[in-house]
Design a protein around this ligand. Structure first.
Ligand code: CTP
Length: 404
């Protein structure tokens, strides 16, 4: 499933191991990948372009241009989700190490922006030569990934190290690679709050709000699908989730939600506080049902603790804090103030003026503000799609922070 729809440029160079490549391409195609094969001149002595074109269901590329067609190496390099050179001869390895560009494969390699895997294949003595070792070190330094060579019978008849990894092993390696890049939040502890809170007045009444928890639950699911380990602190909501990577803690009041959140505040990497937490609670909860007596009833309210603000106060540089702002007037200004006052990294602004957005709807319309002062307004779309946008922005934020 992880290779489904993935675009792979497969470079094949002059080595006897090239005879295994049609089988390998067949495995990739079966797994749902799209494969474009580039053959060097020497590779064509070991495997036929026609065989590879047939199994890859794509024309095989051999030269930068022939009489009438120019193969755009830059475009190919950008098209690929991953590039794999298998088998990679000592000669091509040396070219990669030194930036030599004398054929289509080396040109695509130099233009590629994706991860490049190199699966060397050569005789043991060539493999162990200091020049090969130095070249290998260089390409690793450039950020390429090496597919370990195997031990066994070599083309020379000798037995030793230098065999290209088996097609099945290369398939597993690519599957693992995509499984991990599809799960960029693997190992990230994440806290999401969702839903309303109910603040009790007496044994039968409460002060609450119209939040359903749908937006927060969609965010929790999107985070979990990207590998995060999610704790969802959920107020009274008719909805829930069955996602195995989400642990749900059910709470009722702002106080309970605050306590549950603060217990994990020191260890979580990411916080997304989407709950519509009551700002005030009745100062006293009547032990008996409040009787209908006077014409007017006055209830005194006390401010609740602000979870977002309290986490903002103890936030560490490795933690990412995302809050929501529900505004009805001076929206951007209010959201910017919340971002600053509560020490958040990102604030998601919901406007009640937008039709189809907010409580109860299956759609939402947001504006995302980050602490650098940038804001992006998005169109109305499903809460699931909005959750994806929010989570992708969190991933981008974490990535940018790491690289600063
Ligand atoms: N929030 C919170 N704890 C509270 C109140 C709010 O964690 N006791 C969080 C919400 O989950 C949301 C953000 O704070 O992420 C903003 O909530 P909002 O009600 O829009 O803002 P307030 O700070 O309560 O300010 P105001 O009501 O004045 O707009």
């Amino acid at each position: 499933m992880f290779l489904q729809g993935k675009k792979i440029v497969l470079g094949v160079t002059g080595s006897i191991a090239a005879y295994k490549i049609p089988h390998f391409v067949r495995l990739l195609i079966k797994a749902g990948a799209e494969v474009k094969v580039i053959l060097t001149n020497n590779a064509q002595d070991f495997v036929s372009p026609l065989a590879l074109a047939t199994v890859s269901k794509n024309s095989v590329l051999c030269t930068i241009s022939d009489a009438s067609v120019w193969n755009n190496h830059v475009e190919l390099g950008l098209w690929a989700d991953v590039m794999l050179i298998a088998p990679c001869s000592a000669n091509t390895l040396a070219k990669f190490a030194n930036g030599i560009c004398d054929n289509l494969l080396t040109a695509v390699y130099l233009s590629a922006r994706c991860t490049v895997f190199i699966a060397p294949a050569m005789d043991e003595d060539m493999w162990k030569h200091l020049a090969t070792k130095a070249n290998l070190d260089k390409v690793i330094q450039y950020g390429n990934k090496i597919v370990p060579v195997g031990h066994g019978e070599l083309a020379s008849g000798l037995v030793g190290e230098g065999r290209m990894a088996e097609p099945e092993d290369m398939l597993n390696m690519l599957t693992d690679f995509f499984a991990n890049t599809d799960k960029p939040l693997l190992g990230q502890k994440t806290l999401v709050t969702a839903g309303p809170t109910y603040e009790r007045l007496d044994p039968v009444r409460f002060i609450g709000n119209f939040s359903t928890g749908k937006m927060g639950i969609a965010i929790a699911e999107s985070l979990a699908n990207k590998g995060a380990n999610v704790t969802l602190v959920l107020g009274p909501s008719a909805f829930n989730t069955t996602n195995k990577n989400i642990t749900t803690i059910h709470v009722e009041s702002a106080k309970e939600m605050h306590t549950a959140c603060m217990e994990i505040a020191e260890v979580a990497h990411i916080f997304v506080l989407a709950a519509a937490v009551a700002d005030y609670r009745p100062s006293d909860i009547a032990l008996e049902k409040i009787k209908k007596k006077e014409e007017r009833l006055t209830i005194t309210l006390t401010k609740t603790d602000d979870i977002l603000a309290d986490i903002g106060k103890i936030k560490q540089p490795w933690q990412t804090l995302v809050g929501f702002a529900l505004e009805t007037n001076n929206e951007l200004e209010g959201a910017r103030k919340k971002l600053k006052d509560k020490n958040a990294d990102i604030i998601i602004l919901n406007s009640l003026k937008d039709e189809g957005a907010g409580f109860g709807h299956d759609t939402n319309k947001i504006t995302m503000l980050n602490k650098n002062g940038n804001s992006i307004a998005y169109d109305l779309q499903s809460k699931k799609a909005v959750a994806e946008i929010i989570v992708n922005n969190i991933i981008k934020h974490i990535h940018d922070e790491k690289n600063n």
